[in-house]
Design a protein around this ligand. Structure first.
Ligand SMILES: O=C(O)CCC(=O)C(=O)O
Ligand SMILES: [Fe+2]
Length: 161
């Protein structure tokens, strides 16, 4: 893929300086007791892909995170100490004309009763280009219309909320 590193760097150079949707989210999944009302098929976090370029995901040792491997369904992302999970986001998929595909993921409730009774903690760092940055297909194609990073996010939030 003809990926221009400096283009990527420029897109992300405003992280931490405003006009940028990059966010750090702390996710606390409460413990479940044997009395907790769990509906059939209930999970901790429903299937989705993230909106930005990439997401850095730090998880504890409880487990439950799964990613979809096309053709293989959802597979567990077993926690490995001091290892960060990197997910491709929807904007990156659009930017690369689908050469990189956004990672679908979800979080299940542990099957082991004892593990259910422990809380799960994760931290997600959602990386976005600065709001005015124009996302044009990097292969020069017109597969997707150019859109600024900020407008793309507004469209996505508009559909979700
Ligand atoms: O808690 C996790 O491991 C995943 C969190 C996540 O996918 C998200 O917040 O978008
Ligand atoms: Fe996510």
């Amino acid at each position: 893929m003809n990926l221009d590193k400096s283009h990527m760097r420029v897109a992300h150079e405003c992280i931490g300086m405003g006009n940028n949707a990059t966010t750090l989210r702390s996710l606390y999944y409460p413990p479940l007791t044997p009395e907790s009302p769990i509906k059939p098929g209930q999970i901790r976090l429903g299937e989705h892909s993230d909106y930005g370029t990439i997401t850095l995901l730090f998880q504890d040792e409880i487990g439950g995170l799964e990613v979809e491997i096309p053709g293989h369904g959802f597979v567990p992302v077993t926690p490995i100490p001091e290892t960060v999970v990197v997910n491709i986001g929807d904007l990156m998929q659009r930017w690369t004309s689908d050469a990189l595909v956004a990672t679908k993921h979800r979080v299940l409730i542990p099957e082991v009763e004892l593990k259910k009774q422990l809380h799960r903690q994760s931290v997600a760092f959602f990386v976005h280009p600065y709001d005015e940055f124009l996302i044009k297909c990097i292969d020069g194609s017109d597969k997707y219309e150019p859109v600024t990073s900020g407008d793309y996010l507004k469209q996505r939030f508009g559909v979700t909320y």
